[in-house]
Write a protein that binds this ligand. Structure first.
Ligand SMILES: [Zn+2]
Length: 87
């Protein structure tokens, strides 16, 4: 943590939403990569912006496959997940 250093612009995610992306959704799905809450939280932890691969890193292989196929139909780039990038 701490890539944003003293820039603290966010509090906690609202109750009932995902604590990482502040969006309400089925927990088996990816985080909302387009959520600014998620993007800044991820940047603060990793020093880079998240990809869809990062957003779905916690999902099962089946969920990742379906989301990757659908995102690619929409023209969204889904980077391959590299664990060293996530940690
Ligand atoms: Zn989330």
């Amino acid at each position: 943590m701490g890539y944003l250093k003293s820039l603290k612009i966010m509090g906690r995610a609202p109750d009932g939403t995902c604590p990482e992306c502040a969006v309400k959704y089925l927990a088996t799905n990816p985080h909302d990569k387009n959520s600014l809450f998620y993007q800044y939280r991820f940047y603060d932890q990793h020093g880079r912006w998240p990809t869809w691969g990062d957003a779905m890193a916690h999902c099962t292989p089946e969920v990742q496959k379906v989301w990757t196929e659908e995102l690619e139909k929409l023209g969204e780039a889904v980077s391959k997940i590299k664990m060293e990038d996530i940690r």
